[in-house]
Design a protein around this ligand. Structure first.
Ligand code: ADP
Ligand code: ZN
Ligand code: ZN
Length: 804
């Protein structure tokens, strides 16, 4: 008798274990480890993952597996292990970990179909009968025909058939209205004359089509650009001058592109030195983690490409992780250009169906290279030869939702299994990674020089206190203004960077730059508007809002924050002739907007690109010769112990955007404390000194990498109850954990209330706490009932990055 051991899709602690099911005879040759099956569970039938197949059980009354959901396992044996490990180390349910590793399509309930790939003659008579001359049949017909699944499975393996998930549902396909001319341009021109001149708006619309020679434009974009409404468009549609079409907007953004093939460069001496140990690790099949530290433009990507080539030559596979936001067509092009159709791209801009298609290429071994954002780390390759994480310092590699895994940890785990190298690349590695490299846990590889003798652009730091004292109250310094003006005259472009959109939480003196900080935690205090108080959200320290600066007695001390929209307005006022593109969460919410705005800027249809974080990465425009950072302070004083590190990373990155080509670049950083070490050292591109200095601070205030952090967040609609539970939990932790661990809180989270739920947190700082996971598990069990029945939410993060 064959028995399957199954993890069922019921995320709760009682069910977070293996359940045994009998494999019925007709499925005996079919069920494999890593497949999804349907099993009876209580009164219901639910999905489960088969983790093991055995012949023994101590369950008396075994129930049968009802059916299989896959004919090919969706998880490899290795990924099953990785999933278990994620569940155990991040404290999530097994089933949630497995789900997180699979494409969306496999999580939802989609119609399944069986597609015929081969010619009917190639089929066995039974299969031929099944298809009965059709190319596609509903999966359900399989059951009606009483066919053996193993025959189907064999046919799939032989490439005769495939299982197709029908994802043409509303969520995955989105239609939008486009407007196209209903006549030729000549005819339009004639008709234009006929429109009465009172119908200004209508004339404007036609003129727009004529001037731009538009063949098609999104209705929304058209109305927005011309500042008009559907009412003006309607008569033109009625007359047939214009037409509307409804089109599907999601599609593979890379599909229609042709990629120019590139050949490997002859490596520079530095590159050769760096690549040798990677090649060695590949050839000898020995796992090793490398930290490739090199400024932007020092040739890191070329090192990746040639390492991958070596891996492919050895018949193995490669995973490349790139931050979501840097997964630009430019980036993709470099990999597709070198490896062509051997590359799959996993990108969130793809629809669920497209993502699944890319994933399937990996599963079927049709590609050998995957380039993708965080979740691409779960690519179901079985013979991995290298895993590369570009811009390893990016916090987006940490999943902030359940399960809270870090792609870097998963990469190392997989690297150990496959005995292959892991390459972490960055111009500004995280302190954690660089410290590990210093301790030789990672092997450090350095590229010091930029390619083609290029130098990093000159950085000017502007003191905004002095601007104020000189009577300049605007958010642009005189120097930045003059430099932008110059760019306008010379027809060159400017990128202006503003941290976040209008979101900041700290209080600062405009006269002397003093920021209100917690005396215990070295982070800025968070301003609470409601009761005008300043609170530390690491410990429970709080104080009233001062009416004078404690440092210089000035009364210009206040809350700090400006939104991109406001900046855009004053910029336009100051430079009326400038054409500005604003890029922030608002203007890029729509799919494809991000790329479209960038293309527009790249085509020099604007002089200034103004934006948040999202413009800092991966952009490469030859005509940009000036980069301005408007308020470095808003980054520096995030309520986060990593704020100095983030500032250093970001300034280095934005500086890398200027003068990448023939024209020399300049950078202006505006701040109220330009002497701060992270601004000062970033402007000198001195990573090593920054590392030394910041490590001292981390040691002094007991932060990573010297200490580990764990963050417990509790939320509930009732304020008192939330406080009370958090208080009890922190008490429990104090009793259970060792005395050397520091337990901070309970304290309100920086975002104290989200969607009518109050949020409190406890932070644990520790060096060595071997029982932490056990203790947390116990804590969860203690409150399981409240979680199930009282709407309590408890989250735990063993590696918090966003402490909001
Ligand atoms: P990074 O990834 O560190 O920012 P890149 O790999 O993008 O650096 O290299 C910067 C530029 O130099 C790119 O245009 C790249 O094509 C070019 N380049 C890289 N390596 C070489 C080489 N060995 N010889 C000539 N050009 C190179
Ligand atoms: Zn002051
Ligand atoms: Zn504090």
């Amino acid at each position: 008798m064959k028995i399957a051991r199954v993890i069922v899709d019921v995320p709760s602690s009682q069910t977070n274990r293996l359940f045994d099911y009998k494999i019925p005879e007709h499925l005996e040759d079919v069920v494999q480890m890593g497949m999804r099956v349907i099993v009876p569970f209580g009164p219901r039938k639910i999905m489960g993952f088969v983790l093991d197949i055995t012949s023994e059980t101590n369950v008396d009354k075994l129930k049968n597996i009802q059916d299989v959901m896959d004919l090919t396992p969706v998880l490899t044996p290795e990924l099953v292990e990785v999933g278990k490990w994620i569940a155990e180390t991040t404290l999530c349910f097994y089933v949630s970990a497995f789900q997180a590793m699979l494409p969306q399509v496999l999580k939802a309930k989609y119609d399944k179909e069986l597609w015929l790939l081969a010619e009917p003659e190639e089929l066995t008579p039974t299969l031929d009968q099944l298809f009965a001359g059709r190319g596609v049949i509903p999966y359900e017909e399989l059951k009606e025909h009483n066919l053996s699944y193993s025959a189907i499975q064999k046919a799939i393996q032989e490439g005769l058939l495939e299982v197709h998930y029908n994802v043409n549902s509303k969520e995955t396909k989105k239609k939008e209205t486009f407007i196209t001319p209903g006549a030729t341009m000549e005819q339009l021109e004639e008709m234009y004359v006929d429109i009465p001149s009172q119908a200004k708006k209508q004339k404007g619309i036609i003129a727009y089509f004529l001037e731009e020679e538009l063949e098609e434009v999104r209705q929304k974009e058209l109305l927005e650009t011309l500042g008009t409404t559907r009412a003006s468009l309607k008569p033109l549609l009625d007359k047939g001058l214009l037409q509307e079409v409804h089109k599907e907007v999601y599609r593979d953004p890379y599909q229609d592109r042709e990629y120019e093939a590139t050949t490997p460069f002859e490596l520079t001496e530095e590159q050769s030195t760096a690549i040798k140990p990677i090649h060695h690790s590949i050839s000898t099949k020995q796992h090793e983690s490398f930290l490739l530290h090199g400024v932007t433009g020092s040739g890191k990507t070329e090192v990746y490409l040639q390492s991958i080539q070596h891996v492919l030559d050895n018949g193995r596979e490669a995973i490349v992780l790139v931050p979501e936001i840097a997964l630009t067509p430019q980036m993709v092009e470099r990999f597709k250009g070198r490896f062509g159709s051997r590359v799959a791209v996993l990108h969130s801009a793809l629809s669920a169906g497209e993502k699944y298609d890319e994933w399937r290429k990996v599963q079927r071994k049709e590609v050998q290279v995957v380039v993708g954002a965080r979740s691409a780390i779960f690519a179901p390759f079985e013979n991995i030869g290298i895993i590369i994480i570009d811009e390893e310092h990016e916090s987006s590699y940490k999943q902030e939702d359940y399960p809270r895994y870090h792609a870097r940890d998963v990469a190392i785990k997989r690297g150990e299994y496959h005995q292959c190298p892991i390459v972490l690349g960055s111009a500004t590695p995280t302190l954690e990674s660089f410290a590990r490299a210093k301790k030789q846990v990672y092997t450090l590889l350095s590229l010091h020089k930029r390619m083609n003798e290029a130098t990093m652009p000159e950085v000017e730091r502007v003191d905004m206190r002095e601007e104020l004292h000189a009577g300049n109250r605007s958010m642009f310094s005189r120097s930045l203004h003059d430099k932008m003006q110059e760019r306008l005259q010379r027809g060159e472009q400017t990128v202006l960077f503003l941290n976040r959109r209008g979101y900041s939480t700290f209080v600062m003196c405009r006269d002397c730059g003093h920021v209100m900080e917690c005396p215990h935690c070295d982070i800025a205090l968070t301003y609470h508007r409601k009761n005008e108080r300043l609170k530390c959200h690491y410990c429970s320290y709080e104080e009233g809002m001062p009416d004078k600066c404690p440092s210089c007695e000035s009364e210009s001390i206040r809350f700090f924050g400006t939104g991109t929209q406001k900046v855009e307005e004053s910029l336009q006022q100051m430079l009326p002739e400038a054409r500005i593109i604003r890029m922030d969460v608002d203007t890029t919410r729509r799919k494809g907007a991000h790329e479209r705005l960038l293309t527009k800027f790249g085509n020099k249809e604007a002089d200034i690109l103004l934006g948040t974080q999202m413009i800092a990465k991966g952009l490469d425009f030859p005509n940009v010769t000036l980069v301005g950072v408007l308020a470095a302070d808003s980054l520096l004083h995030l309520p986060d112990f990593r704020s100095s590190e983030k500032t250093f990373q970001l300034l280095t990155q934005v500086s890398g955007r200027a003068g990448r080509h023939k024209l020399p670049g300049e950078v202006v950083v505006q701040s109220y404390t330009p002497e701060h070490y992270s601004i000062d050292l970033a402007s000198q591109y001195d990573y090593e000194s920054f590392f030394q200095k910041e490590m001292k601070m981390r040691k002094m205030f007991q932060y990573p990498p010297y200490y580990f952090l764990t963050l417990l967040t509790v939320s509930h609609p009732n304020h008192l109850y939330t406080m009370d539970v958090t208080q009890k939990m922190s008490q429990f932790l104090r009793e259970q954990l060792s005395e050397r661990s520091v337990i901070l809180g309970p304290t309100p989270s920086p975002l104290t209330r989200i969607k009518d739920r109050y949020r409190y947190q406890v932070m644990i700082k520790y060096r060595n706490e071997p029982t932490l996971i056990k203790v947390m598990n116990r804590l969860f069990q203690l409150y399981e009932d409240d979680v199930q029945n009282k709407d309590l939410q408890v989250t735990i993060d063993f590696q918090p990055y966003q402490m909001m």
